[in-house]
Structures are given as C-alpha cells and as structure tokens.
Design a protein around this ligand. Structure first.
Ligand code: UT7
Length: 343
C-alpha cells in the first residue's frame, strides 16, 4: 500500500504524544551470565546497553493507559473527545478481548470504538495509517493510537539470540485534523514467507497451550536473527525511499529520521544507504532495546520533550517487524497541540 495525501480534503496530524516504560532497568551485565553472552558483544552487535522490563503482573494495558493519558493531556483533550482507541500490539493483556477495550475503559473513554491491530514492530506505523484513513473518511474526528509491547514476557532468558534485544514500553499519539502540516505519505508492506523467522509457536489456534507446549518452551519467541537482519536492512531503505518518492521528496528534504529501534547496526545501514546525516537520526535503542510497536512513539515523545522536533519539521518514520511487515509514514509536524514539555 502506498499513497500520498495531496488530494485529501483535510490535513491530519499528531497533536499529542506520550510514553510509559516500566521502572525496572535490566543491564547487559544482568543477563550476561545466564545467556552466555557479554556486555561487550551486545553493545558491539546491537548498540543496546539496557532495557526496561515489566515485572510480574504488569500487562500491556498498564503501560498503554498512562502513555495514552499523557498523549491526551499534551493534545489538550480528554478521553471523552476520542472516537476510536486503536492499540498496536503483539503482546496483549490476554488473547481476547482486545487490549484496546481494556485501555478505553481505564481511560473512561465511554463506548467508543476500540480494537487491536497486530503488525509487530511496524504496528505503530500501521495504526497511524489506519487512524489517518479513518479520519479522512469521516468515520472519526480523533483517534487515540497506542503502540505497546512487553516482549520480555515471551523471552527465554537463556536464548542469547533473542533475550539481549527486547525491552518493554508503550507510546501513544492523538491523531486528528490539524491546521498546517500533517501526514504527507504512507507506505505499508508485508512478506508472509518470513513468518517463521520471528514467531511464538504456541498459544494460538495452531498450537493451543498444553503442558507439553509449556515444557517445550513453545510459548517463547523463536527468531532467525541473521535472516531478519538481512531482510530488515533491505526493506527499511526501500520503504523510506518509496514513501519519500510518493510525496515528491528526497532523503535530503528530511529534518528527522525516526527508524524502528531494533539494532543500531540496522539503523546505521539504513542511514548510510539513504544518505541521511547522523545528526538527523533519532537513536535510543541503547537505553530501551527493541520495544517493538512502542519504539517509534517513545522516540517521538523524547523528541518532543527535549525540543528536537518543532512545528514544520519533516519527520520520516520507518518500522519493520514480525510478519515480516514494514511501513513508513512521512509527516510535517503541525503547530496544533503538541504541548511537549509541560505534562
Ligand atoms: O524488529 C525486528 C526484531 N529482530 C531483530 O532486529 C533481529 C535482527 N538480528 C540481529 O539483530 C542479529 O542477527 C543478532 C544481534 C540477533 C545476532 O547478531 P549477528 O551478528 O547476526 O550474529 P549471528 O547470529 O550471525 O551469530 C554470530 C556468532 C555465532 O557464533 P559462531 O557460530 O560464529 O561461533 C553466534 O553463536 O555470534 C554468536 N552469538 C552470540 N555470542 C555472544 C549470537 N548471539 C550471541 C550473543 N552473545 N548474544
């Protein structure tokens, strides 16, 4: 899917962003012995130094709800002003109902529409696209988009190929009509031939939970790291180039590049290929690890709070994740809302 927004009747953008991560920090040294790895190896191959990890009993909605509340406050609205709660996650509170239903109730949003969207680490970009289309079609005035994942709940802490990479977190954005700027173009894709390169075998309808599936650790993540790395490096660049071309821009026209925070080496490769200068690239994977659907909105929240992004800035976001899915959204930051520092 690819489209620019040139012919749309209204401009739609992000007017508030918020995030929430668990307090507990787990460093590389904390996991090194059990996973037979080292801080040095992890930093060199991934750029990750630490990650935030949710404790027992903490679920997706527990991080999603505070992130959403902050986004609403920064947009200067309340949950009563929202028509749709859209939660991008592959780590819901439970198989059903949707985590969005739990979040809507926690926020006191009333009987608004609410559903989850599953697109792995690309989930936030997919959800922004859905929110945009829903508003332009006149089905909603304001959509609350949340990206939340607690992938540490699916880790085998003895599998050094996966446990070093992931952290937990949530990020949220209010999407609505804006008076200037807004989304310029979107590009989404998927290649289902890579399903088993990054997946959790059991717990779904293919292999429901049994004592055997638990004993075999089939409820933990399996990943072909090398394969995902190769695919991700290629597709991050292609997606970014497509979304820019669709809006009539070159990489040099971008003020800020917000790539999915999977691995610093993947980001470095994309930046080199695209020719985007390092000072325009947002990186926080060293502090959060890969927070999946939360990674891009956590970056946006940090950028707004420290003043990195200002009205008029052209921001390119690109995600890639299990599926394998990928997606990019290009936005010109609007002047409306976005009360960055004071909430
Ligand atoms: O949103 C997408 C989510 N997924 C990803 O982003 C994953 C993308 N892939 C990666 O980030 C990388 O593939 C990893 C960080 C997972 C692995 O790095 P790599 O450079 O691709 O390592 P490799 O799998 O090619 O393994 C190279 C060597 C192997 O040893 P031998 O066979 O050469 O002796 C591994 O056993 O490194 C070994 N190795 C490790 N050693 C210490 C693999 N993981 C570790 C580790 N610590 N954590």
């Amino acid at each position: 899917m690819i489209a620019n927004t040139k012919t749309a009747a209204i401009r739609v953008g992000i007017t508030g962003v918020g995030s929430c991560v668990p307090d507990e920090i787990v460093t590389n040294d904390d996991i090194a012995e059990r996973a037979q790895t080292s801080d040095e190896w992890i930093v060199e191959r991934t750029g990750i130094r630490q990650r935030h990890v949710a404790g027992p009993g903490v679920a997706a909605s527990d991080l999603a709800s505070p992130a959403a509340e902050r986004a609403l406050a920064r947009a200067g609205i309340t949950s009563a002003d929202v028509d749709l709660v859209l939660v991008a996650t592959i780590t819901p509170d439970m198989p059903f109902p949707a985590t969005a239903s739990v979040v809507a109730e926690r926020l006191g949003a009333g009987q608004v529409a609410a559903y989850d969207l599953q697109a792995g680490c690309t989930g936030f970009v997919y959800a922004l696209t859905q929110a945009y289309a829903t508003i332009v079609a006149g089905l909603a005035r304001r959509v609350l988009v949340v990206g939340v994942d607690l992938l540490t709940k699916y880790l085998n802490w003895e599998d050094r190929g996966t446990c070093i990479l992931f952290g937990d977190g949530a990020g949220a954005a209010v999407v609505e009509e804006v008076s200037d700027g807004g989304f310029l173009s979107f590009e989404l894709g998927n290649d289902g031939s890579h399903v088993e390169d990054l997946y959790v075998p059991a717990g779904g309808t293919r292999q429901p939970a049994t004592a055997g599936s638990v004993a075999a650790l089939d409820h933990t993540m399996r990943m072909n790291g090398r394969q995902v790395f190769k695919f991700a490096t290629r597709v991050m660049v292609i997606s970014a180039q497509r979304v820019l071309a669709s809006a009539g821009f070159e990489p040099a026209d971008i003020d800020l590049y917000v790539p999915h925070q999977a691995n610093k080496r993947i980001i470095d490769h994309a930046v080199r290929e695209l020719g985007i200068p390092e000072e325009k690239v947002v990186v926080n994977v060293d502090r959060f690890g890969n927070t999946s659907a939360a990674s891009i909105p956590i970056c946006l929240d940090e950028m707004l709070r420290d003043g990195t992004v200002a009205p008029g800035a052209r921001v390119l976001m690109t995600g890639v994740g299990t599926g394998i899915t990928w997606g990019s959204a290009l936005i010109e930051w609007p002047t409306d809302g976005n009360n960055g520092g004071s909430v």
